[in-house]
Design a protein around this ligand. Structure first.
Ligand code: SF4
Length: 357
């Protein structure tokens, strides 16, 4: 009985206070739920909203997405990072179209699609189809751990949280409970400073009663960052475009168009500039090193040391290469391209000035 009241209080709070996000418009579109859930993995809501709107404007239905070229999908994804998600979403769309064009409504069927893990399957099944499934993400686990004052971790904790959440769903639509908990964790039951006075669950919350809110959940082990060093070849054409190639073989940034690079396994050598030059498909004027830039990809922290070149006039780089404007590349790329261009352009401009003196 108590849990039913808590479920109702949570749902009421969600309906009155939830942020107005474009994928929450009623009636829920399963395709919009899918796109938003894949975008929200590892990316903040504020960054996802404009990218989501552009994405569904460009690919309004799952059929449009399935028909698109992978390059167009990656280009539309640019700025969100973690491009593997875009590739999986594209494969998923093609699979759904092969199956008749209807997104499945059960967790079991959803889990058979590319890129769909237990969380995303439960989110689509409950938000879009009203299925009684539980979406356990970091926000929800935090709220549950505090409400139950539970320092448990791992599968035991998840089983206990799931049981509690299913109890909240007894008289309340599952989607409202799941989204209510997600919203509560994101906006009220925040990691450092929960605002318990605004919380619809405050009367039953054990951590609040104990005044130990931030003791729960128990801290998780964090993956240690891996440090890497790359040397890259930034070659400009005389009109200021930069030469990029599609990343295929590297374990990260696959499908992105970037200047070529090699990874340093030691401290670097005197001939790094020559080695970087050998990655280029044309004769170049070797200008010199540019300022190093830093870039993070998931747990990797990469220091990139660029060498700057200008392509000789007769350069015809071939189909695996493109000359692009750093400001409007028009190909799928990473924010790393803008960083490299910002670091190397002044070196190249200075060298050009010297030619005319
Ligand atoms: S009362 Fe406070 S600690 Fe408990 S769930 Fe609500 S915001 Fe979190």
């Amino acid at each position: 009985m108590l849990r039913m009241r808590e479920g109702e209080a949570l749902a009421k709070w969600f309906l009155e206070h939830a942020r107005d996000l474009p994928w929450r418009r009623e009636p829920r579109d399963p395709y919009h739920v899918l796109v938003s859930e894949l975008m929200l993995q590892q990316t903040q809501v504020e960054r996802v909203v404009p990218k989501f709107l552009d994405f569904v404007a460009r690919f309004p239905t799952i059929m449009d997405l399935a028909d698109a070229e992978e390059n167009d999908v990656l280009e539309q994804w640019s700025g969100l990072g973690y491009y593997r998600r875009a590739r999986l979403l594209h494969r998923l769309a093609r699979r759904v179209v092969e199956m008749g064009g209807v997104i499945p409504n059960s967790v079991d069927e959803l889990r058979k699609l590319p890129g769909i893990g237990p969380y995303t399957a439960a989110a689509v099944a409950s938000f879009a189809f009203g299925r009684r499934e539980v979406t356990l993400d970091g926000n929800v686990r935090r709220v549950a751990a505090r409400f139950l004052a539970s320092a448990q971790t791992g599968q035991g904790a998840d089983a206990r949280f799931t049981e509690w959440i299913l109890g909240l769903m007894d008289m309340t639509p599952p989607g409202l409970i799941n989204e209510g908990l997600i919203e509560l964790g994101a906006t009220v039951c925040r990691p450092a400073q929960p605002d318990c006075s605004r919380c619809p669950l405050q009367s039953g919350c054990r951590a609040r009663r104990l005044e130990r809110q931030t003791d729960f959940p128990a801290p998780r082990a964090v993956r240690k960052p891996v440090r890497m060093r790359w040397v890259t070849a930034c070659a400009f054409s005389a009109d200021g475009r930069i030469l990029v190639t599609r990343v295929d073989a590297a374990p990260i940034l696959q499908g992105m168009w970037l200047p070529p690079w090699f990874e340093l396994d030691g401290t670097g050598r005197d001939d790094d500039g020559e080695r970087a030059r050998s990655l280029l498909p044309c004769d170049v004027h070797q200008i010199g090193p540019g300022p190093a830039v830093s870039h993070s990809v998931t747990y990797r922290r990469i220091r990139i040391e660029p060498f700057v070149y200008e392509l000789k006039e007769e350069c015809r780089p071939g189909k695996d290469w493109k000359l692009v404007s750093p400001d409007h590349p028009g190909v799928p790329t990473s924010s790393l391209l803008a960083k490299l261009a910002g670091s190397c352009q002044p070196v190249w401009i200075e060298w050009r000035k010297g030619l005319n003196e």
